[in-house]
Design a protein around this ligand. Structure first.
Ligand code: 13P
Length: 216
């Protein structure tokens, strides 16, 4: 029997597939890497494991309860447990994007990165959309002990970088989380481009002005 979903859930399934396609088309997701989730009232939708973000079938997207149980759809992402940890720590957030986008991953492989804040304040939009970016130590994909490490950062941060793996960003909407993720990836790219240059960063006062003009 075909499953029926509420209108809202249908819309969110379509939105996940649309975002997945745009990220894939522009090279921000490749192969079967990355996952996207959206919070519902009775659980969350998450992309199935081992699927290409560019070719998601909305009706096959997994629905998982807040106990981690699969309610419908294909087998969920092996990272569903850290999405759940983020939702538990950040009740205000409704969507999460995790990518293996090249420039962010590259920065997450730098041995000398400051683990409290991996990227400097290069631009206003980075400060407005991401702010600080802590580094989460390396765990293999699907390692459930990663949940505790993600949870530890999630109280204070909606964006974090998994070492030698990729960025994770949550937001109050799927569009918001995606915009922040794209800003993070482009800033990582800028950071690598500017590697050998003497860079002028935003000052403390400029950052404070941004926070007061654009409170998150
Ligand atoms: P899944 O295919 O299980 O979602 O894993 C992809 C990924 O990005 C692992 O970090």
């Amino acid at each position: 029997m075909p499953l029926t979903f509420s209108m809202n859930e249908n819309k969110l399934r379509d939105q996940i597939a649309d975002i997945g396609r745009t990220l894939y088309t522009r090279g921000l997701a490749h192969g079967s890497a990355g996952n996207i989730s959206v919070r519902l009232d009775d659980g969350f939708l998450i992309t199935p494991t081992n699927t290409c973000m560019g070719r998601l079938a909305p009706e096959r997207i997994s629905k998982v309860s807040f106990d981690g149980e699969l309610l419908s759809g294909d087998r969920p992402s092996k990272e569903a447990f850290f999405h759940l940890a983020l939702y538990e720590e950040r009740p205000q957030d409704r969507a999460i994007v995790h990518l293996h986008s090249t420039h962010s991953v590259a920065v997450g492989c730098l041995a000398d990165a400051d683990p409290h804040n991996v990227l400097p304040p290069l631009t206003a939009y980075y400060v407005m959309k991401v702010g600080k970016l802590p580094l989460v130590p390396y765990y293999r994909p699907g390692d459930r002990t990663l949940a505790a490490a993600v949870r530890a950062q999630a109280k204070e941060h909606h964006a974090m970088l998994l070492a030698n793996h990729g960025p994770v960003v949550s937001g109050t909407s799927l569009d918001g989380a995606t915009y922040a993720m794209e800003e993070l990836e482009q800033t990582a790219r800028l950071y690598l481009l500017l590697h050998d240059h003497n860079v002028r960063l935003l000052t403390h006062d400029q950052i404070a002005e941004l926070h007061s003009a654009f409170p998150s």
